[in-house]
Design a binder for this molecule. Structure first.
Ligand code: GLN
Length: 503
């Protein structure tokens, strides 16, 4: 364990003695706040994107919903896929701290760009956010892992705390930006989306400033290696990022199926790069990399179904859930916050459970935690099957509590899997390619997101969602998740062996 004044090593990297605050290295809290503001920006605009596209570029016509959904799906998939390049840049070119700073600056620029009401400029702005996020998101996550020695049992709970920062930002942002959109709405002009995007841009600048001044606390962790010090490298990265913007712009416009092909090819290339590097580092590193790749596969499955939360569950909430609570109609959009609240409430409990089990040497292995995550996701679909099969009232609606509980159950699954996955990558990826490994994790998430859109359209059928189409799709979802979870439990001993003692 890295205590103050000692120096411990993880892989090849020395960990300086950090001051400990609330049982964790002090820089964890700085990274927490940096990520809080970045997620504030990210989730501050997320709810508004499709609504804005339809209102601004399709004059509010329903015909705009399809194209808006397409752009939104591609944006989410690319935001996560962009992490592959960001991770590689940090590993090989300029280190983690500088990547985070450049990424934050690009993200802020993109957020201000989308305030301009021109469709092409808007998409270029989204492309800029994608590029910035790619440089920022995987690398800040990797930095968290770099604060702990390999054998430090606090690592998973450190990531779970970091995850609370993510969700606190995700919770507050829509509330604030939603308020601003209403407050500055012109008479008869609809919500003021410009205020939403502008507030998010300010949030991103705060993240940049927070990290800029806070990074001193890192005592050199994530700083460029001696050969990567040259400022010219920064110039090349900025130029490369600028060139990536039109590429992302073009990818934002292609169909989900074609994007799936692009992402899959990228995934194969990345897997080869990681395994080749693993082999180069020796048999143990090779096995660990293979174990990580197997887990990535299950990660795709998890997010494909989890992300129904933002797509098909929204139609469900809108049309098939009885949202009338006495005289109050619970807004559809508010279901999005249930996830963040559940994560914030449950994260400390789950982190404490891992630490407690760890003390008794009973902490479930990584694949088992993943298996639990997938099973919980499956239980959420089981509840939906029950609700849609047996609880539909004469008006064709299911009770409010069922969807509410679905979001909570999914969040418990997310906590068994998502922070653990981030933590896992920092333990299993080849030492010289941890950033790329993190990129792979987010690419898998991106692929899951893209597939989730395809599954969501299946759940809606060709004529829009009905209780019957939803029941059919969610029943399939349940069986796929159960099969995945059980398979992972069966494979757990083998994967554990490949991990060579990593817990
Ligand atoms: N909600 C988390 C975040 O924003 C996880 C997202 C994901 O990995 N799909 O970081």
């Amino acid at each position: 364990m890295s205590g103050a004044g000692n120096t411990t090593t993880t892989n090849e990297v020395a960990i300086p003695g950090f001051k400990q605050i609330m049982g964790h290295p002090a820089p964890l809290w700085m990274l927490f706040m940096t990520e809080f503001w970045e997620r504030f920006a990210f989730y501050g605009i997320r709810w508004a994107l499709v609504l804005y596209i339809v209102a601004q570029f399709y004059a509010g016509s329903g015909a705009g919903e399809g194209p808006a959904g397409l752009v939104y799906g591609a944006y989410l998939a690319l935001v996560y896929a962009g992490a592959v390049f960001g991770g590689l840049v940090a590993d090989r070119v300029i280190g983690y701290q500088r990547s985070i700073l450049i990424g934050a600056a690009f993200m802020a620029a993109g957020l201000f760009m989308i305030t301009v009401p021109n469709e092409d400029f808007f998409k270029l702005g989204l492309a800029t956010i994608i590029v910035g996020n790619g440089l920022f998101k995987p690398n800040i996550s990797t930095m968290v892992g770099k604060l702990y020695a390999l054998a430090d049992t606090r690592r998973d709970s450190g990531f779970t705390i970091f995850y609370m920062g993510i969700n606190t930002g995700a919770l507050i942002a829509p509330v604030l930006t939603g308020y601003l959109a209403e407050k500055y709405a012109g008479p008869g002009a609809g919500p003021a989306y410009k205020a939403v995007f502008f507030a998010a841009g300010i949030g991103m600048l705060l993240s940049l400033v927070w990290f800029y001044f806070g990074r001193r606390q890192l005592k050199g962790i994530g700083a460029p290696t001696p050969e990567a010090q040259s400022p010219m490298r920064m110039v090349w990265v900025v130029l490369g990022a600028l060139c990536a913007i039109p590429v992302m712009y073009a990818l934002l416009r292609i169909e989900a199926a074609k994007l799936q092909v692009v992402l899959s090819v990228l995934f194969v290339i990345l897997a080869i790069m990681l395994v080749v590097e693993g082999v180069r580092e020796g048999k143990v590193a090779r096995d660990k990399t293979i174990a990580m790749m197997i887990i990535f596969f299950f990660n795709i499955m998890f997010w494909c179904f989890f992300e129904q939360a933002g797509s098909s569950f929204t139609f469900l909430a809108d049309k098939i859930v009885d949202r009338q609570l006495g005289t109050f109609l619970f807004p559809t959009a508010w279901f999005q916050s249930v996830n963040s609240i559940a994560v914030i409430v449950c994260a400390p409990i789950i982190a404490a459970i891992w630490v407690m089990l760890g003390r008794r040497n009973n902490n479930p292995s990584i694949p088992r935690k993943f298996g639990l995550g997938i099973l919980f996701n499956g239980f959420a679909f089981l509840l939906l099957m029950f609700a849609l099969g047996s609880l539909v009232n004469p008006e064709g609606k299911i009770p409010f509590w069922t969807l509410f509980a679905v979001y909570v159950i999914q969040s418990i699954g997310e906590l068994c899997l998502s922070p653990i996955g981030l933590s896992m990558v920092t333990k299993l990826a080849p030492t010289r390619l941890v950033g790329l490994g993190m990129g792979g994790w987010f690419l898998a998430t991106g692929i899951g997101n893209n597939l989730s859109g395809i599954f969501a359209s299946h759940a809606s059928g060709s004529a829009g969602m009905s209780a019957a189409t939803a029941l059919g799709a969610y029943t399939q979802g349940f069986y796929i998740l159960m099969a995945g979870g059980v398979l992972l439990f069966l494979l757990a001993p083998l994967i554990q062996k490949l991990m060579h003692g990593v817990k």
